[in-house]
Design a protein around this ligand. Structure first.
Ligand code: AMP
Ligand code: MG
Length: 429
């Protein structure tokens, strides 16, 4: 395992006093490694878990040729003639009931078939009910000319998934589609990585717990709530260590407990340059740690480190105190690092491109994450505007936003109408 110094030495032009966002991300990719422990979970407990091995199909899906429509199944070879085709209805095939004997269905005959029913061997085409002209006695149907091709409305065995094929890959995050897919293979459990344990606490003598009486000069702890929400959304097991006073003994006890119990520790506050507090001193005393000024806005000060105990090595993220900076640094750095630790190999969601509805000031040499609201203009094109005051303590700017406008490191000012990148907050699934 490389020391933090060794990781830093790999980064070209590494300057802890002005570290580009991309270098922070590169540093973290080196710092963290995936957990190894796996467990089997019930499919219904699998949402957001990370698959620990390739999932090989034990069966074909669908397991048999079947009808995609309610209608009449027949041998499509008879469609060669340009004339309407008249077929005698010889039997009925219901979904889930045993296959009809093939021998009974000859040329000039068809069977009435339900959606999902097994197609008897030799029959390969289905006339949908809505196109069928049934004779008055109900004993035969006419297939109109030129409405069907051989093979229409039949689902082939294995057309979704074939036995022996990898249906899902190790490292995939399980979303509803993946759970349904595993179920379609007849599986009721899946092998996943164990949940990542993440400890979280707030620091600062001015911070008080929500629910307590307000006092002069105090600020309510909001960071632990945004962070825990973000961690729960990722599917982590959260160890809530509450609010920790700026006191060496309490900080030591908190870091030591977190290092024993968690894979990662996230603290907020107390890492600013020149801050006269004990958080930084304790991180330094207990672990291998670096303190950075990141070339970004919001969220400049940040500490990253590692504490080792006999049982494990725990990654520390010391985030800034300002509430927007906490969320932004989490999304930009902590989230990808935690996903890597969780064993997730999914590509990050792509940034969205939207037209800026206004001019945006921006200096090259730092990355800015402005809170934005994306919607569509009168022509149906995506546009984005910032959500008012962009101060790093203005948490309401996050509430009013549905994404972050990412103004990249070397990017300059943006003129109204130019396209910008947006990291959207929510996907649908
Ligand atoms: P710091 O990085 O500790 O200097 O904190 C920067 C700013 O963030 C200060 O105004 C703090 O009051 C504020 N802050 C720190 N921790 C929290 C917290 N847990 N919840 C809300 N605001 C905080
Ligand atoms: Mg502080």
């Amino acid at each position: 395992m490389k020391t933090l110094e060794e990781i830093a030495a790999q980064l070209e032009g590494y300057d802890p006093q002005s570290l580009p966002v991309a270098q922070v991300q590169a540093f973290l990719r080196e710092l963290v490694s995936p957990i190894q422990e796996t467990q089997d979970v019930d499919l219904l407990e699998g949402l957001n878990r990370i698959l620990a091995g390739d999932l090989i199909c034990p069966i074909d899906v669908p397991p048999h040729d079947n009808s995609a429509m309610d209608g009449y199944a027949f041998a499509g070879v008879q469609l060669d003639s340009p004339q309407p085709l008249s077929l005698r209805v010889a039997a009925t095939a219901w979904a889930g009931r045993s296959t009809l004997a093939t021998a009974t269905i000859g040329p000039g005959e068809c069977i009435k078939i339900m959606t999902g029913a097994v197609m008897p061997a030799g029959l390969d085409t289905v006339l949908p009910q809505e196109l069928a002209q049934l004779s008055p006695d109900g004993l035969s149907v006419t297939v109109p000319a030129n409405v069907l091709r051989r093979g229409d409305n039949r689902r082939l065995r294995g057309e979704d998934l074939q036995r022996g094929q990898a249906a899902l890959r190790r490292g995939q995050r399980l979303a509803p589609a993946q759970l349904g897919l595993a179920a379609s293979l007849g599986l009721s459990t899946l092998g996943v990585y164990r949940r990542l344990k993440v400890a979280c606490f707030s620091t600062g003598d001015e911070i008080v717990l929500p629910g307590q009486a307000p006092r002069e000069g105090a600020v309510y702890d909001s960071n632990r709530y945004t962070l825990i929400g973000l961690l729960q959304g990722l599917g982590c097991e959260v160890i809530d260590l509450g609010l920790v006073a700026d006191d060496p003994a309490q900080l030591r006890a908190t870091f030591e407990r977190a290092a024993r119990e968690a894979d990662a520790i996230i603290s907020s506050g107390g890492v600013s340059v020149g801050e006269a507090d004990h958080t930084k001193a304790m991180m330094r005393e207990l672990g291998d740690v670096v303190f950075w000024r990141v070339a970004m806005r919001p969220g400049r000060p940040m500490a990253v480190g590692r504490i080792k105990t006999a049982e494990r090595s725990t990654v520390m993220f010391g985030l800034p105190g300002n509430p927007v900076a906490v969320m932004v640094t989490f999304l930009a750095f902590v989230r990808p690092a935690l996903l890597q630790m969780m064993g997730c190999t999914d590509a990050p969601p792509p940034l969205l491109k939207a037209r800026s509805a206004q001019n945006l000031r921006k200096k090259p040499g730092r990355t800015e994450y402005q809170r934005g609201w994306v919607d569509t203009d009168g022509q149906g094109q995506l546009q984005v505007r910032t959500t008012g005051d962009q101060g790093s303590g203005v948490l309401s700017s996050m509430d009013r936003a549905n994404g972050l406008i990412v103004l990249h490191h070397m990017q300059g000012p943006v003129a109204q109408g130019q396209s910008v990148d947006v990291m959207m907050f929510g996907g649908v699934i």
